[in-house]
Every structure is written in C-alpha cells, then in structure tokens.
Design a protein around this ligand. Structure first.
Ligand code: NAD
Ligand code: IMJ
Length: 256
C-alpha cells in the first residue's frame, strides 16, 4: 500500500523526549513518508530533539518557545527563507505551574491562570496565524487536548480550563481557516505516561481506572495517537475540521 503522507511536509511542535506524544506522532508521520520539521523549546532539549529527530529522519530542527511572538515569527521566517511549504502542523504543547496541578483549583493565582492559558491555549492561535501563509495548498493543523476540558478531572485544574479555551479556539480557527482549505482539529488523548504526566498525583491510579472501565479495557498507546494524527493530516481526513477526536480507548463515553 502506498504511504499516506508521501510528498507532504509536517511541522511538529512539542517534542521533548522519547515519551512525548509528539514523538509518537513524528514516528507515525515519518513511517507514512512525511518530510518532518521539528521544534524544541530551549537549549536544554536541543540535543535530545536532534538525536530523536535523526532517528525519524527529520529534515530540519529549529528552536521555538511559543510564549515569544519573536520566536514564532523567526520560525516561520526560517521556513519561508528555505521555500518550505507545509501540509500539516502539530501543536503538542501545554504548561502550568506544578503547584496549580495539586492544590485546590479555587486557589489558582492570576499569574498561574494566565501562564497556563498563554502556553497551552493562546500559543495555538499564534501558531495557526503564523503557519497559515505557509500552507498555500491548504492542509491540516492539529492540537492535543484532554478530557479535563469538559469534565472535572481531579488535579487537572487550571489545565482543564486552558484545554477548554484550546478546544473553543480550535473551532474558531477551523472557521477562519476553512476557506483556505486548512482544517483545524484536536485529538483528545487518554492518559499517557509522558514527562507531563509523570509525577502527577495519583497518575497510576488514574491509569488503572481507565484500563478497568474503558470500553477497550486498556489505556491509550501513544502510537494510536500517532496513527490518528496521520489520518487527520492525510487525504483521508479531508472532510474533518473543527472536531475533537477522542483517542482514549473510549473512556469519555462512560458515566459509571
Ligand atoms: P511532553 O512533556 O512530552 O510535551 C509537552 C511539550 O510542551 C514539551 O515538548 C515542552 O517542551 C513543550 N512546551 C512547554 N512549554 C513550551 C513553550 N513555552 N514553548 C514551546 N514548547 C513548550 O508531554 P505530552 O504528554 O507529550 O504533552 C503533549 C500534549 O499532549 C500536551 O498538550 C498535553 O496537554 C497533551 N495531552 C497529554 C496527555 C497525557 O496523558 N500525557 C493526555 C492528553 C493530552
Ligand atoms: C496533569 C495534571 C493532573 C491530572 C492529569 C494530568 N491527568 C492527566 C494529565 C489525569 C492525564 C496529563 N495531561 C493531560 C496534561 O495535559 C499535562 C499537562 C501539564 C503537566 C505538567 C507537569 C509538570 C509541570 N507543569 C505541567 N504543566 C502541564 O511543572
């Protein structure tokens, strides 16, 4: 069978290490023949991202801290200077203060609230605005969300509110960019043991709850998220925009 992303170029933001969901997406997209461009947040991650990028044959690796308008502009300027056009963009980025993910949500500070919104939600708007001009043939932009956007998940707190803003932003972006044949979607993944999940209070218990109660009776494998990202980026996903695609072993349908 021919590869699903042959001839397509994908930009992936949010790869930090081998556990990152962005790495699983990069592996799946590389397998399907995509040319990959990766970004890293700062010098601390540069070496790791370069090593992992080499493993999946990344064509280019650039720095981009998404809290900086200048760094986002420099990223797209560097791609433009190389005459690179994009067919797919993956935003796999979130951050909140650690203490805001354990104490009661009601105690969230203004600064903590705004930080989570800035990194985890606004950055998606800024990235979409920056990359759209590099997608003259249309394309597919996606972000990663979590069930805590619409349901209360203990400790997810300020991140849940940021994911609610992210999912709503995704829909407005889908409306704005639709006329350019740019599709915008979110993948809502089930809990996966990444750096952003490790150290979270009761994460193992949450994993066990999902495995026990989800329709598929198991947790989400990052490779399943990678394959869904391939679908959204490919011709097969051409009719899908403004959607939250749950890749969570079915957990979100359950009430008891
Ligand atoms: P991860 O820690 O590997 O990825 C988070 C990424 O965000 C890192 O690469 C980090 O460098 C990047 N980042 C943070 N602040 C940044 C900034 N200012 N500029 C640029 N990059 C920045 O963890 P992950 O679990 O792969 O998370 C990726 C996405 O998936 C996040 O949006 C997360 O909310 C979402 N998600 C995770 C799970 C899970 O259980 N792990 C479930 C559903 C959704
Ligand atoms: C995170 C916190 C609380 C509950 C949680 C999570 N559950 C899951 C996550 C149930 C699945 C992981 N997740 C979906 C995230 O989006 C994580 C985001 C995150 C994690 C950290 C940890 C380290 C840190 N800041 C963070 N910011 C965002 O300092």
């Amino acid at each position: 069978m021919s590869k699903l992303l042959e001839g397509k170029t994908a930009l992936i933001l949010g790869l930090a290490n081998k556990w990152s969901i962005a790495y699983a997406i990069g592996q799946a997209m590389s397998r399907e023949g995509a040319k990959l461009i990766l970004t890293y947040q700062n010098e601390r991650q540069q070496k790791t991202v370069q090593d992992l990028g080499a493993e999946i044959g990344a064509a280019k690796i650039l720095a981009c801290d998404v809290t900086s308008d200048a760094e986002i502009a420099a990223l797209t300027a560097a791609l433009k200077a190389d005459d690179i056009t994009l067919d797919a963009v993956v935003h796999s980025i979130a951050f909140a203060n650690k203490e805001d993910l354990s104490r009661p949500f009601v105690e969230t500070s203004r600064a903590g609230f705004l930080l989570a919104q800035d990194v985890s939600a606004y950055s998606f708007v800024a990235v979409c605005n920056a990359v759209a001009p590099l997608m003259p043939n249309g394309g597919s932009i996606m972000t990663l969300s979590y069930l805590g956007s619409t349901r209360v998940c203990p400790n997810y707190n300020v991140m849940g509110v940021a994911k609610a803003a992210l999912e709503a932003s995704m829909k407005y972006l889908a409306y704005d960019l639709g006329p350019q044949n740019i599709r915008v979607n979110a993948i809502s993944a089930g809990p996966i043991k990444t750096a952003s999940a490790r150290g979270i209070k009761d994460f193992t218990a949450m994993h066990e709850t999902v495995a026990a109660h989800s329709p598929l009776k198991r947790v989400t494998d990052p490779a399943e998220v990678g394959d869904s990202a391939v679908f959204l980026a490919s011709h097969l996903g051409r009719g899908v925009t403004g959607n939250v695609l749950y890749v969570d072993a079915g957990f979100q349908i359950m009430a008891m």
